[in-house]
Design a protein around this ligand. Structure first.
Ligand SMILES: [Zn+2]
Length: 435
């Protein structure tokens, strides 16, 4: 394949990549296994975190019953905020600290799993809130030691948070998202039960499936690990280490599955086979981006969701305006991949073909339009918003969106070509509308 040169050695670049493998159990009904797994991890008193909507659904009842049947004390916390904030992270940490728990179970989407990682961290190693948060916004202090066991049970086919050591939140004062990143935040185990996704509304499946798609596409087109500067000490090699042969495996298969099942799984809740495949793609992409890192579509998404004005999509709680994570990412994607395609056109073309594009006879110079065109047709087929204009932004918002996204160094620096501030503004401009 033409991409074998992608990992050619580069002057001053890293010469090795690390593989962190999560412990995952995948299959219909595995949620009911949580009690036995928790007991085997030595948990006697568990905090079960979820959100208010999920707390009323069967999944939480199944997990709670399984834990109790295994002789484990369980206390449910259902105040996780969808799109968590520094305040909601701290509230969950307070609950965790006061409850005297020796383990955690999260049942929900990325918001729930990320909140549980933070609750585990701040209750185990209390510290001033910003100290663990990514630089330059926070102090990026390393997590001092192992955390308590955490079993993550995703109920959406999206974030892949069960596979990663990343917890993302809105820093309210800055109207932007940032996160905490450490291998020690990775859950001890993920129980991935596709049956949980059968009741999800269409828009929620679409948003999370496009999040998966972008995880895979961003990891596959990320800067090659050989072109990232070698770390000062080997133990400082970051999780966002760039594209590498291991993450390529997960990306490739996830993109092939999405090409075949994304539209089917979104548009038909009764299509169990398709929704099961989307869940598997989410797991594969989670393993991949946990070892490679995302880049610009995610970096740009943080101000798109953080500065939301009045957008209220169907299928989400109507109280607060929200741009769901997957939507805030995919609205940037065609614009970004047009920009990055010249840096590694083969990879962009391959990805487009896996997603279903017709690229016979396409030259490397066509990679930008072939991939962007395929993404746009998938977005149209699933009624995604038409660019950032579709979630309420206009040209007048670009300076503020740019200012909010530019500090996302961990993500922007992982793109296959450098992104200056004026490039970022141009990317938002090109993302205003696609059709
Ligand atoms: Zn994501």
């Amino acid at each position: 394949m033409a991409c074998c040169h992608y990992y050619a050695p580069a002057q001053g670049g890293d010469e090795a990549f690390s593989v962190d493998v999560p412990s995952i159990t995948f299959g219909d009904g595995v949620l009911a296994e949580v009690g036995d797994h928790a007991a085997s991890l030595g948990i006697k008193r568990a905090a079960l975190l979820t959100d208010a909507r999920l707390a009323a659904l069967e999944h939480v009842a199944v997990a709670k019953r399984a834990l109790m049947d295994a002789g484990i004390d369980v206390v449910v916390y259902d105040e996780v905020r969808v799109e968590p904030t520094d305040g909601s992270f701290l509230a969950a940490a307070r609950f965790a600290r006061e409850g005297g728990f020796d383990g955690f179970v999260s049942v929900g989407g990325g918001s729930v799993m990320d909140t549980t990682k933070a609750a585990n961290l701040y209750s185990t190693y209390p510290a001033e809130f910003l100290s663990y948060v990514n630089a330059p916004i926070g102090g990026a202090q390393p997590v001092p030691g192992a955390l308590k066991p955490h079993i993550a049970c995703p109920t959406t086919c999206g974030t892949g948070s069960e596979c990663t050591g990343i917890a993302v939140f809105d820093l309210v004062a800055m109207k932007s998202k940032t996160g905490i990143v450490s291998r020690r935040l990775r859950p001890s185990m993920g129980l991935v039960d596709p049956a949980c996704t059968m009741t999800l509304p269409k828009n929620a499946v679409a948003a999370s499936a496009f999040d998966v798609l972008s995880h895979a596409l961003e990891s596959y087109t990320a800067l090659a690990y050989t072109r990232r500067r070698a770390p000062a000490r080997p133990s400082l090699r970051p999780m966002s280490q760039g594209a590498n042969p291991w993450s390529d495996l997960g990306c490739r298969e996830a993109l092939r599955i999405l090409g075949r099942y994304l539209v089917r799984g979104v548009n038909d809740a009764t299509d169990r086979a398709a929704r099961t495949q989307l869940m598997w793609a989410a797991t594969l992409a989670g393993i991949a981006f946990g070892n490679a890192g995302c880049h610009a579509p995610h970096g740009m998404s943080y101000s798109v969701s953080g500065m939301v004005k009045s957008f209220r999509p169907e299928g989400y709680p109507p109280d607060d305006p929200i741009v769901p994570h997957g939507m805030s990412v995919i609205v940037n994607a065609p614009s970004v991949f047009r920009f990055t395609a010249p840096a590694c056109p083969d990879r962009h073309l391959e990805a487009a073909v896996w997603l279903g594009a017709e690229a016979r006879g396409a030259a490397p110079g066509d990679a930008d339009e072939v991939l962007a065109g395929e993404l746009i047709s998938l977005m149209k087929a699933t009624e995604m918003p038409n660019g950032i204009g579709g979630v309420g932004y206009g040209a007048e918002d670009i300076p503020q969106l740019t200012a909010g996204a530019f500090p996302q160094k961990r993500l922007l620096d992982n793109a296959p070509k450098a992104i200056a501030k004026h490039d970022l503004a141009a990317l938002y401009k090109d993302a205003l509308a696609y059709w």
